[in-house]
Design a protein around this ligand. Structure first.
Ligand code: TMP
Length: 212
């Protein structure tokens, strides 16, 4: 039993454009891991349940206006307010599957024209993911899937810029999956990557901080 041995959980992040399938794939992965008896929780950022998260939510719904740097720092603060809970869950052997993380934070703000290094700075010291699964769907294909709502960033032109910035952020923890494959194929590839990652963390891979 992993908890008895004191081994830690994994931090697994799903990233991708809006409508890339992250949310449904996160849910599928978490229910699969639970069915395998693995201690795991499903998280997402922004976490709209906190007071910072409510400010973000109002901004995304176009109910409020905020300066680009201000909203960037709120997204970052929303991760910082969860950092210690995240660390204790991981150290206690619970894995976390997170829908969006710092990469969204940087890619979306940089797409507005903010400097990438400036965008990364407030993320320094957050826990580094053990695995980032990037669901690769072109902005055009994502837009064709429909279901862009009325939120602030759900426009093709903007998503194109976000895609360019995501491409520059890839590091050793990233695995890119073709998000246009059949849903079951995507699901199976994600399962394999996740199981591999869980095994490495159980075997003693250390927790580290951003940026790698
Ligand atoms: P959601 O649709 O996954 O809830 O995310 C809401 C929007 O917020 C989405 O368009 C991506 C964007 N976003 C940022 O701009 N910065 C961030 O740090 C995060 C987590 C999301």
């Amino acid at each position: 039993n992993s908890q008895l041995l004191g081994s830690r959980g994994s931090l697994i992040v799903l990233e991708g454009l809006d409508r890339s399938g992250k949310t449904s794939q996160s849910a599928k992965l978490v229910s699969y891991l639970k069915s395998e008896g693995i201690s795991v929780e499903s998280w997402r950022f922004p976490d709209r349940s906190t007071s910072v998260g409510q400010m973000i939510s109002a901004y995304l719904a176009n109910e409020t206006q905020l300066d680009d740097r201000t909203i960037h720092l709120l997204f970052s603060a929303n991760r910082w307010e969860k950092r210690s809970l995240m660390e204790s869950k991981l150290r206690n052997g619970t894995s976390l599957v997170i829908d969006r993380y710092s990469y969204s934070g940087v890619a979306f703000s940089a797409a507005k024209g903010l400097d990438t290094e400036w965008c990364k700075a407030p993320e320094v010291g957050l826990i580094a993911p053990d695995l980032v699964i990037f669901l690769d769907v072109s902005p055009e294909r994502a837009a064709e899937r429909g279901g862009y709502g009325t939120e602030r960033y759900e426009h093709l032109e903007f998503q194109r810029k976000v895609a360019q910035h995501y491409a520059n952020l890839q590091d050793a923890s990233w695995k890119v999956i073709d998000g246009c494959l059949p849903v079951e194929d995507v699901e199976n590839q994600i399962r394999e990557l996740a199981l591999n990652c869980l095994a490495k963390c159980r075997a003693g891979k250390p927790l580290t901080n951003l940026w790698l």
